[in-house]
Design a protein around this ligand. Sequence first.
Ligand code: F0G
Length: 443
Amino acid sequence: MYPSRRSDREQWIKDARYNLFNLKSHQVFIDLLTDSGTGAMSQEQWSAMMSGDESYAGSQSFERLKETITSLTGFPHVLPTHQGRAAENVLFSVMVSEGDVVPGNAHFDTTKGHIEFRKASAFDCTIDAANDTSLYHPFKGNVDIGKMENLFQVYGKERIPMIIVTITCNSTGGQPVSMENLKAVRSFADSYGVPVIFDSARFAENAYFIKIREKGYENHSIREIVKEMFSMADGMTMSSKKDGIVNMGGFIALNSKSLYREATTYNIMFEGYITYGGMSGRDMAALAQGLEEATTFEYLESRIKQVHYLGERLMESGIPVQEPFGGHAIFVDAGKFLPHVPREEYIGQTLALEIYLESGVRAVEIGTLLADRDPETRENRYPRLEMVRLTIPRRVYTRNHMDYVAAALQNIYQRREEITTGYRIRYEAPIMRHFTVELERIS
Ligand code: F0G
């Protein structure tokens, strides 16, 4: 985490095969790769760690975590897991079978990965407004009920084991889902008798947006909104690395005892015993505290306003970004930013690499590399948007860092006409390729 020279960065990124995940952290000045596990824990969380109970079964740290989750969400059954994708792995082991179809709003890549790994398909039913970055819509994470209805007509409810709603919707820009939409999904799901699962990594940020953008919720507390949101679901998977403000952790929480019982078997096989599931007692203690902090209005307001400050600095210079700004990141519309780079040459990745070379700031591509290949045709899946995500860790950076990031993007924007070529793939994994892909520059 030091400032560096451009000539050093040229060498480092070449050695990293033009994959930003391959950089060493000391080669990065400001790390906006992710907000996952990168937040700063509070003194209360650190002191909670000191009282962690490391009993194998029935630890007090688990009890406190369970009580916190149940009181926040209303779900009585809780299974800890080591992170969000582990929660997906355990729950989908019970719920998803070969040939199934799982509708949702732009599933996160591990969610889609765990569905496709089981030879099932994830269908994106996000509203079309999400694909127009300059169109204002307060809830671009919303699910299009009409698109879902179509899927049910085509595949039949027997092949649809659940509906997954991601709150906030990471893939479209940290965009929230409105309470009205959550209610509509609930009643739609009820009409077919299908369960609704929330992918809840950034549920508190979603609640903040409902409070400030949705009529009728102005005077509700964040906790009231959170409770109402989860009353629309049958269960949740959670990556605690986001709105739990811990470095590692996850969980599943459910209404159904029988589903919980089925999931316990997989939890024990993959994660650990049902009262720790891959987390140490001290980590569960810190998570319980983190969930309390993340659901206060004051915390959410300072966090989200910092993200929006960066967005405003970029917009002032005409840089195209997803509007309105989301909760955890600013998504730059790379397709509009670099109109001369062909999409076959990975526009989003090209911009993310330019940002690193310019400034030492590490962002992440949310575009064709991430979208991967179609599992059947093996053709590139070109998403409707090529984006670069500037993801802000919780409680880590200052306004001064945001100004530096904005200046870096402004510099590139001024010379964007000169950037006309991108990269080609030299190596890629068969699934979730963007983590390990190796690229070379097209000159
Ligand atoms: N769901 C969402 C919406 C996520 O954003 C993530 C992770 C997961 C599930 C998986 O959780 O990482 O704890 O296993 N998102 C990170 C990111 C990696 O950078 O957006 P995990």
